[in-house]
Design a protein around this ligand. Structure first.
Ligand code: GMT
Length: 376
């Protein structure tokens, strides 16, 4: 199939999912066209069957806001015609499904019918899309998609709760490419750079937005390091990072916390981690937790959104109510106290991650694509 993938090319989970999906589809012989404003961070272009088309938005001083949707829909129309693309897969309702619908309409005018699959990722539904300023357009774009998927059952339920959706929503969970992730030969950094032999390594990876509850991570770690030797790896960058650094100073633990910023060495860091913290306010899925589990790292998370669908309580880690840092710290210590328990949780985390292997998930998308093309 010839498929156009539209996504945000940044470090966010939706961009990662879209990119990995496209690369694997290309690997399986499909022709994939990424259409976005910058090359996605995980996109390797030296790959047959993979194309990248940049959307340029010319800066014009008269406009207070530059019209990205307009440029995107024009680009979609041009690329569909040029490469005879058969299907649009847009990740994120805002503004991609909206731009995709406009492209469909323009193409229809020229006698070309193309189906659109929209994947909902969470932020577009629970955090931004739900805002009254966007809600009408988001409902419209979802209802006008030919097929809608969501990355968890919880996100599906939220979408029906928050919007007036008439379409069926297919749940296709996010995935991990285990063979690629656990490529131990790529691991060059030494554990000793991060921690001493006797110290447990605890990790958090995110874009440091408020929704990730960064202060909770520091508080949980503070309680852990009072009981056992430990170091905290904080990977990523975002609006809450500076505050977190200040909190570490206030608590006198700055020498035990390493802030990496955005890193391309996530696999290296996870390969040495003993525990992953994700106490988010809400999380449609929690891809970062799955990436950790793929490296046999157990997860302490909140029980909000789709997290219980990924982190199995008492098995791959533990779940607690949002903000219950005392319980999260207690559970973390339960896992970390002795090597045997830790090893059991590590093995379980990997076993759960295996259920989300891309090999199991990708055919679900392929099936929907075929259906969408047949029905169009
Ligand atoms: O929250 C993030 O880290 C980024 C965000 C995004 O918009 O890319 O992630 C969302 O999509 C990911 C991939 O499907 C999910 O794993 C995240 O849980 C989801 N974030 C939220 O729901 C807050």
């Amino acid at each position: 199939m010839k498929i156009a993938i539209v996504c945000y090319p940044t470090f966010g989970g939706s961009g990662v999912v879209a990119t990995e999906l496209g690369l694997e589809l290309a690997h399986r012989g499909h022709e994939i066209h990424f259409i976005t404003y910058r090359q996605p961070v995980r996109l390797a272009l030296l790959n047959s069957n993979v194309h990248y088309h940049e959307v340029n938005v010319p800066e014009y001083p008269l406009f207070h806001y530059q019209p990205y949707e307009l440029a995107l829909s024009s680009k979609l129309v041009d690329m569909v015609k040029l490469y005879k693309i058969e299907l649009l897969h847009v990740h994120y309702a805002i503004p991609h499904a909206y731009a995709g619908y406009m492209a469909k309409q323009m193409l229809k005018d020229e006698g070309i019918t193309i189906p659109m699959v929209t994947t909902l990722h969470g932020t577009d539904i629970t955090l931004v899309g739900n805002h009254p300023f966007y809600k009408t357009a988001v409902s419209f774009s979802i209802n006008k998609s030919d097929i809608v998927t969501s990355v968890s059952q919880s996100l599906k339920d939220d979408t029906y709760k928050l919007f007036n959706i008439k379409k069926d929503i297919h749940v296709i969970p996010n995935f991990i490419e285990l063979d690629k992730v656990r490529n131990e030969s790529l691991i060059s950094c030494r554990r000793s750079i991060m921690a001493n032999k006797d110290e447990r390594i605890i990790t958090h990876i995110s874009n440091f937005r408020k929704v990730k509850r960064i202060p909770d991570i520091i508080k949980i770690f503070f309680k852990i390091q009072e009981q056992i030797p430990a170091k905290l790896m904080m990977v990523g960058d975002g609006p809450e990072k500076e505050k977190a650094e200040r909190l570490c100073e206030e608590l006198g633990i700055q020498d035990k916390v390493i802030f990496f910023g955005n890193s391309n060495e996530i696999d290296q860091i996870l390969s040495y981690s003993d525990l992953f913290l994700l106490p988010s306010q809400t999380e449609s899925f929690g891809l970062a937790a799955l990436e950790a589990m793929a490296w046999s790292v157990p997860v302490i998370s909140s029980n909000s959104g789709g997290l219980p669908e990924v982190n199995f309580d008492g098995q791959s880690g533990y779940l607690s109510d949002v903000g219950n840092v005392d319980e999260m710290a207690e559970n973390a210590l339960k896992i970390l106290y002795n090597n045997e328990t830790l090893q059991t949780f590590k093995d379980n985390a990997l076993a759960v991650a295996k259920q989300f292997d891309i090999k199991n998930i990708l055919p679900l998308y392929e099936e929907l694509y075929k259906k969408a093309i047949q029905d169009s």
